[in-house]
Design a binder for this molecule. Sequence first.
Ligand code: 5GP
Length: 138
Amino acid sequence: MEDDIFCMIIRGEIPSTKVYEDEDVLAILDISQATRGHTLVMPKAHYKDMLHCPGELLHRVMDVAQRIGQAAIKSLGASGVNILTNAGPSAGQTIPHFHVHVIPRYDVDTGGFEITMKENTDKDLNLPVIAQEIKEKL
Ligand code: 5GP
């Protein structure tokens, strides 16, 4: 039995504001609303991040994330949505239970969320070599 906060929410030991629930997937409002309607979609079974989640379950989580994104446009008046997951502490993951953020975006956002790609300072980047390294483990 895992002790992360999302497992405790799934077991009903900690309250949450539910948006969607079925046998395998739960979606709750994020306690810190980056924007209005910021939702977390997660499998009920414990996997530490997306990279460890079996494909079929991953598809079900992403299907719910898509539907919540669509509902945010239809019901909340959002004009866009960021759908993202952090895998690993270096990527910003703070709770080690796979979850997908659905962050509705508005023409005038009252909250804040930015993705900034910074230029890599490594001048020896060799794209074919990097691609080959990835391909070898696919
Ligand atoms: P991460 O940084 O792991 O991608 O995202 C974790 C998210 O979980 C954060 O956005 C944080 O606000 C949210 N969170 C942390 N604790 C709780 C909680 O007890 N309840 C809910 N609903 N969200 C939480």
